[in-house]
Design a protein around this ligand. Structure first.
Ligand SMILES: [Zn+2]
Length: 277
């Protein structure tokens, strides 16, 4: 345990990039081997806007990282925050830290973006992908990257999370997001069993169904406990899923980087609940 935390406390940026690239590569290859949906799309062409938005996410997090690190260092030095006050054994501190950072940095940040319209306008870009695969994981408008960063920093502050736990959480978060967005089919039983603990691919796909109320369910990223605890867990059969957002049916616009960047500043479109092809 100590070795893990020591490693993540001083993890070089190059290793973090390597985790992200290895994750995408691994799930990308699995998508060829065992796809959930046989999309009629050009995989590389589809990936391009998503990779662009992954890069903007990396750049924003790179420039804001010092705020996260300073917050973490301050809480540890000042003995401030839940983890500092509890003084649990190291393994329990790590588990609780990752669990609660997953709540604030992912579940809560995500839920809030679905409930507050101006924030939804940024998060919308993530949902407009009509072919969800592992590259969709970090398809975040730069505005959303900032929103998520604020929530993660708030979580680190309240928890008093040491930097090793923060970096471990962020690395797990990237890989889990790539995993639960991947267009892969796990044996149904296995998917069901793991969805009691972690967010499985089938579980997260429900969140990308194009109509409410499904879009407003399964907000979790690493652990499924938050959705089960707060009553936002839902299931539908994979065959019933259509990806996208009902009020944004134009597949070409949904792959156009400049249009996507401008989308939050255009007018809000209420849900239609309708069908599109
Ligand atoms: Zn969402």
């Amino acid at each position: 345990m100590e070795v893990i935390i020591d490693y993540f406390s001083t993890i070089p940026s190059s290793h973090r990039s390597l985790i992200l690239v290895s994750g995408i590569t691994f799930f990308w290859l699995l998508e060829y081997a065992n796809p959930l949906f046989k999309f009629k799309y050009k995989k590389f062409k589809h990936a391009w806007p998503n990779i662009f938005f992954t890069l903007t996410t990396i750049v924003i997090n790179f420039f804001l990282a010092f705020i996260l690190l300073k917050t973490s260092d301050w809480t540890v030095e000042s003995k401030f925050g839940l983890l500092q006050w509890l003084e649990f054994p190291l393994w329990a501190t790590i588990v609780l830290g990752v669990l609660l950072l997953d709540f604030t940095g992912a579940y809560l940040a995500h839920w809030v973006q679905h409930k507050i319209k101006p924030l939804w306008m940024f998060h919308l870009i993530h949902h407009t992908d009509n072919h969800v695969d592992t590259t969709t994981a970090n398809r975040h408008h730069p505005g959303e990257s900032v929103i998520r960063f604020i929530f993660t920093t708030l979580g680190v502050f309240i928890l008093g999370a040491p930097v090793g736990i923060v970096m471990l959480y962020q690395s797990l978060s990237v890989v889990f997001s790539q995993f639960n967005h991947a267009n892969i089919e796990l044996p149904k039983k296995l998917d069901d069993i793991i969805s009691w603990v972690i967010v499985s691919p089938d579980m997260h796909k429900v969140h990308h169904h194009y109509v409410l109320p499904y879009t407003d369910t399964n907000y979790g990223n690493i652990f499924s406990i938050w959705d089960r605890l707060f009553g936002t867990f839902a299931k539908i059969r994979n065959e019933e899923i259509t990806y996208g957002v009902d009020s944004y049916p134009d597949v070409d616009s949904n792959a156009h980087i400049v249009k996507l960047l401008k989308l939050p500043f255009k007018g809000y479109r209420p849900p239609t609940g309708g069908k599109f092809d």
